[in-house]
Design a protein around this ligand. Structure first.
Ligand code: SF4
Length: 379
């Protein structure tokens, strides 16, 4: 394994957008990963008015509006503010990296703990921008593969546990104490120099957890995130590579009559209370091969890329037997960990990595894009 190359030093929040090859990217972090239908429709309109009309679903269940020009940034902030999608305080906005089990229900432990933590963001110590929390208190943990540093999840004994990412075990906690326990673990991370490591999983090998967090209980057997198809809260639709056309999303919401939209870290949306309607712009089958493929925007949208990625990903998806990651460069933005096959762009060609990440050593370097279907078909 080799170390992941340095990514840009912050996550693109709404107040602090990131420049990309197609303009500014603004990230919206909906509370509890849920937008009312009116908020979602307003967001779609804002994406078209002030940006390119493309929206990314991120692997932290956020939404990114792309292609915003610097001159439209403030007008977009005003629209998002009017929709109730922003915190007044940009610092708190940047700290609200709280992932939730997307199947939470009103009054359940996930909703109560995430809400309590949201009200205590000001008490968090300074943390690296990518530091995040997973509140995963349903009957079985579903966020184990999603990026987070501190997890509240169901333990094997049936109660809740607090688990530092990178530790196989967590310590038992009660729901009323969970938010304060998260704060205490975040404080320990900050006090012991975690900022230097950047993430909890990189910090733990150098700084074992103290007795106070007594990690002695494994998480319960994992469950699954909602996949495309009909589910109890409403139909689920997938977005290939997490990218959505704002006009298509607005039509989907309106046609389905949904009351709200939930975003999952698997780059799907749940149309809460909606009817299943057909929409060719979305993935509707749980076995669609595109669901196994991650691909970043690549060239020409990202200045770091020397290769096109997403059209290639569509060609290769039916040939992939397991997970496939196509990355425009070794930073690997679209997938934080290993895939069965990773294709990493470099100088206009691709390095093939088996069972690794975009920054790992290649098994086969320098493959021309046109040769990839034959190479993948032969694996
Ligand atoms: S991985 Fe893709 S999106 Fe990320 S910097 Fe590289 S080319 Fe750009």
């Amino acid at each position: 394994m080799t170390l992941r190359p340095a990514a840009k030093g912050w996550c693109p929040g709404a107040y602090r957008p990131m420049d990309s090859g197609d303009g500014l990217i603004l990230r919206v972090r909906p509370v509890l990963a849920r937008l009312t239908a009116d908020q979602a429709l307003g967001l779609c309109a804002a994406a078209r008015t002030h940006g390119s009309g493309l929206i990314d679903l991120t692997n932290r269940a956020n939404l990114q509006l792309r292609g915003v020009t610097a001159g439209r940034h403030q007008a977009l902030i005003d629209d998002l503010w009017a929709l109730g999608l922003l915190d007044a305080d940009p610092t708190l906005e940047g700290r609200r990296n709280i992932l939730v089990d997307p199947s939470w229900q009103d009054g359940d432990e996930t909703q109560r703990i995430a809400t309590a933590l949201s009200t205590r963001l000001a008490a968090l110590p300074p943390l690296p921008a990518k530091f995040g929390f997973a509140i995963d208190a349903g009957p079985a943990p579903v966020l184990g593969k999603a990026s987070a540093d501190i997890r509240v999840e169901r333990g094997i004994s049936g109660g809740l546990i607090l688990r530092a990412d990178g530790s196989a075990l967590g310590c038992a906690i009660s729901a009323p104490d969970a938010a304060e326990a998260v704060l205490a673990l975040a404080q320990w991370f900050a006090d012991t120099g975690g900022a230097q490591a950047g993430r909890m999983a990189r910090h733990l090998p150098d700084q074992p957890l103290p007795e106070a967090f007594c990690p002695d209980q494994a998480p319960a057997a994992p469950g699954s995130l909602p996949r495309p198809g009909e589910t109890q809260p409403g139909p689920v639709y997938g977005a290939a590579f997490g990218q959505i056309d704002a006009g298509a999303l607005a039509r989907l919401i309106t046609d389905s009559g949904a009351q709200a939209l939930r975003v999952t870290p698997a780059r799907c949306v749940v149309l809460e209370g909606g009817l299943a309607v057909s929409s060719p712009a979305f993935i509707t089958q749980p076995d669609d091969p595109l669901l196994r493929v991650d691909a970043c925007p690549g060239a020409p949208l990202c200045a770091s890329a020397t290769v096109e990625t997403r059209a290639l990903a569509r060609r290769l998806a039916p040939l992939a037997r397991g997970s496939l990651h196509i990355s425009g460069c070794a930073k690997g933005c679209a997938r934080a960990g290993a895939a069965d096959v990773t294709l990493t762009g470099r100088n206009g060609a691709f390095d093939l990595v088996r069972g690794g990440a975009a920054w790992d050593a290649a098994s086969v370097p320098g493959l021309a894009p046109d040769h990839l279907p034959a190479v993948l078909g032969a694996l």
